[in-house]
Design a protein around this ligand. Structure first.
Ligand SMILES: NC(=O)c1ccc[n+]([C@@H]2O[C@H](COP(=O)([O-])OP(=O)(O)OC[C@H]3O[C@@H](n4cnc5c(N)ncnc54)[C@H](OP(=O)(O)O)[C@@H]3O)[C@@H](O)[C@H]2O)c1
Length: 350
């Protein structure tokens, strides 16, 4: 493992038809929801620092969902873009998920992928973001009552109308990828992929390669679990996803943190951090699997962002990859990546 200080990052193109972007995207979810309190001014500063980290003219990808904080996240991105330097604003691309239904109490109440609903969600998102188009638009989870062809067809109409540039998918399996790609070009599949979530390697990555679809990988630090900064003592507030996630409970958490300690030894020998090693591993999987992979990092503070960006300078040799995979073998994670009720919504797991 070697590091290259200040090497200009090479942009990655998402699939055969998607945009060409800075190799890391910024996932903004944690700035509004699911990981406890977030600091608004630090969130804005983090988005600005991310936009400015890319070389001039290189597109950057900001990932959000209309249901993250029920519109809060899109309004935050609107403010961040309005207050960013013009060149950084113009280079920023938005990737938006829709379809999740919410309750007054903040709960989740299923998904709506009907064409009329797609257009309604889109109208609200454009308004909240203050943009005249969304760069990549995708349903967060397949609506079991609506064929994917209809949902994707509605987004394709929005592409024709100029309100959306590219169509994405989220957490779908290989069959759904094929059905969707038969309707319209798909730029990327957004799906969880990390050292401890390697389920996509068997069927989904090969299908993406065959169909010319890129991957925007989320949870590359497994929601902080394999960042090297998580510990058993971490107090999680109400509504923190990790308080319900099987991987963060009791015995599972200890077993998973033991994997992190093994990874820490590999990282320390190379003089890089655990988080950088985990992100660099995902970055290295694109060339290995013949698929364009852009990891979405969930940094919501500038110090975390700086650490994550450092992963782009880490070059992993075949021996490094072997050492990393010996420390965290495929399938070694203890616990599912979502609670049972949410696992049931994952087309990718069926
Ligand atoms: N399509 C989907 O179904 C789906 C699902 C989930 C997420 N996403 C998208 O993917 C994005 C990333 O997901 P994620 O937030 O779960 O990813 P992640 O990067 O695996 O986890 C982010 C968490 O890791 C912690 N962390 C520690 N060190 C870090 C570092 N150096 N850089 C970044 N984070 C660090 C953060 O810390 P602190 O706690 O210290 O802030 C944060 O809580 C989301 O923001 C969202 O846009 C999509």
């Amino acid at each position: 493992m070697t590091t290259h200080e200040n090497t200009t990052p090479t942009p990655r193109t998402l699939g055969a038809t998607g945009p060409t972007v800075f190799p890391l995207g910024l996932g903004c979810m944690g700035m509004s929801a699911l990981y406890g309190e977030a600091d608004r001014s630090e969130s804005l500063a983090t988005v600005h620092a991310f936009l400015e980290a890319a070389p001039a003219g290189m597109n950057t990808l900001l990932d959000t969902g209309d249901f993250y904080g029920m519109g809060h996240n899109e309004l935050l991105i609107n403010e961040a873009l309005r207050t960013a330097p013009a060149a950084a604003r113009e280079a920023a691309l938005t990737s938006v998920k829709f379809g999740a239904l919410r309750t007054v109490e903040g709960g989740f109440a299923g998904y709506d992928g009907r064409p009329a609903a797609v257009k309604n969600f889109l109208a609200y998102s454009l308004q909240r973001l203050g943009r005249d188009h969304i760069d990549i638009y995708r349903i967060a989870r397949v609506d079991p009552d609506v064929p994917i062809e209809e949902t994707v067809g509605a987004i394709a109409e929005a592409v024709q109308a100029g309100h959306v540039r590219h169509i994405g998918l989220s957490e779908v399996g290989a069959d759904t990828l094929r059905r969707a790609a038969a309707v319209a070009p798909i730029s990327d599949l957004q799906i969880e992929y990390s050292l401890i979530s390697r389920g996509i390697e068997a069927e989904i990555l090969p299908a993406a390669r065959e169909l010319g679809i890129g991957i925007t990988a989320y949870g590359v630090l497994s929601r902080g679990l394999i960042s090297g900064h998580f510990s058993r003592d971490r107090e999680l507030g109400p509504g923190d996803f990790r308080g319900m996630s099987p991987r963060f409970q009791g015995e599972n958490l200890q077993r998973n943190l033991d994997l992190v300690e093994a990874l820490r030894k590999v990282a320390a020998e190379k003089g890089v951090s655990v988080a950088q090693t985990a992100i660099a591993w995902v970055l290295a999987q694109g060339p290995r699997h013949g698929v364009d992979i852009v990891p979405l990092v969930g940094a919501r503070r500038r110090d975390r962002l700086t650490e994550a960006l450092g992963a782009m300078q880490v070059e992993l040799t075949a021996a490094d990859l072997s050492a990393i995979e010996a420390a965290v073998p495929a399938g070694a994670a203890a616990g599912d990546r979502y609670p049972a009720a949410q696992m049931a919504h994952l087309d990718s797991e069926h």
